[in-house]
Design a protein around this ligand. Structure first.
Ligand SMILES: NC(=O)CC[C@H](N)C(=O)O
Length: 372
């Protein structure tokens, strides 16, 4: 690996000199911090990170390498990667490649030797900031000139860049997942792919769902044409309120089939119900967010990755019930329709990376399809 210098500059003009790893070049994006202690490969390949530069609060990154199995999509979607201490010696029986070589091969710019604790504290007090990482220009003035015209995440539709153009079928799972999830029946499920994580598809498959995956541009009629037993709304990048074309098809599906939404899918379901979304100060990105399930009073430790949230006050409480609340900041984590078999959560029950407390939600979706 190289020992070339790299620079990170934020929109508040603060800059950090570090060391280049991964690809060389220059990238801009919204800088967010993730508090997971492992799972960098799943994080990098989660399409919801499209448009963002991720910094890990866990200091040692790269030490267990990279493999072909732990990816959440075809390639890394994060724009750039910031770490405290990159370890080039990968030690794990599943490792096939170093993170440095993986990032180089996929043209993702990384920077290490950054005081990620200081950076995270700054993002926490200032809120998410745009940033630029460069290995080709180390002049803060000139980096700032480039960054200042870069758009803010608010108002950006990034789903159009990651959603598939054509529908496809999915029938893969893996041994770890099929140990936890057993077939619950034989269901035909339409997935709307706004940037879906593969772990979701693998869990649904293990539960006995035959999946047809649709583009975000699909109409309700196209989706209903396969006569699905249920519809799943996926996670995805960007500002949910900007994905206007995806909202009315969901609304049309409301009284037709059971629907389950995760993260962006949850936000779009809420928007279709007439509620509003807003941008959080620095978002929730990590594997230890406590969420209270209001029905039972139980607390789930959840995996999360979102910068926007559903506004509690805007929810139509005569038809919808808030089912889950985040115990850190009391934001909405789940909603359910009072009569129709439709529900969604803001967090990630598929985890990957993260704890498995919330896996029951997938079974709940199967129960609704069975009853219907
Ligand atoms: N993981 C996701 O689906 C993220 C949803 C949305 N892009 C947000 O940041 O809030």
């Amino acid at each position: 690996m190289s020992f070339k210098k790299a620079m990170l500059l934020l929109e508040d003009k603060s800059f950090f000199l570090g060391r280049s790893f991964g690809a060389e070049g220059e990238v801009m994006g919204e800088v967010v911090f993730n508090t997971c202690m492992s799972g960098y490969q799943e994080i990098l390949t989660d399409p919801s990170y499209f448009g963002q530069i991720v910094t890990m609060t866990y200091p040692l990154i790269g030490n267990y390498g990279v493999n072909n199995e732990d990816v959440e999509s075809t390639k890394p979607f994060a724009k750039g990667f910031i770490v405290r201490d990159y370890k080039d010696r990968a030690s794990n029986w599943r490792s096939q490649e170093t993170l440095d070589s993986y990032l180089k091969r996929n043209n993702i710019v990384g920077i290490d030797n950054i005081d990620t604790r200081f950076l995270t504290r700054k993002l926490r007090t200032r809120g998410a900031l745009n940033g630029i990482i460069s290995t080709v220009d180390l002049d803060p003035e000139s980096l700032y000139e480039k960054l200042k015209v870069f758009p803010s995440m608010e108002g950006l539709d990034l789903v159009k860049d990651v959603t598939p153009r054509e529908r496809y079928s999915w029938n893969q799972t893996d041994v770890w997942i099929s140990e936890r999830f057993k077939p619950e029946g034989d269901f035909k499920v339409a997935v709307i792919d706004y940037g879906v994580k593969w772990n979701i598809l693998k869990i649904l498959t293990a539960l006995g769902c035959k999946l047809t995956v649709f583009s975000a541009f699909s109409s309700a009629d196209e989706i209903l044409s396969i006569k699905p037993d249920g519809v799943f709304l996926s996670n995805g990048p960007g500002d949910p309120a900007a994905v206007s074309y995806a909202i009315s098809p969901i609304k049309e599906l409301f009284d037709k089939v059971p629907i389950f939404g995760i993260c962006l899918g949850h936000q779009l379901m809420a928007l279709a119900s007439g509620a509003k979304t807003f941008k959080l100060k620095f978002g929730h990105h990590g594997g230890n967010h406590p969420v209270k399930r209001l029905e039972t009073g139980e607390v789930e430790i959840t995996s999360q990755n979102h910068g926007f949230a559903v506004d509690y006050d805007s929810i139509d409480k005569s038809n919808w019930e808030v089912t889950h609340i985040n115990l850190n900041d009391k934001t909405v984590e789940g909603i359910r329709h009072k009569k129709l078999p439709i529900f969604s959560v803001q967090y990630h029950p598929e985890a990957s990376p993260g704890p498995h407390d919330s896996g029951y939600l997938f079974k709940q979706f199967c129960e609704l399809m069975k009853k219907n």
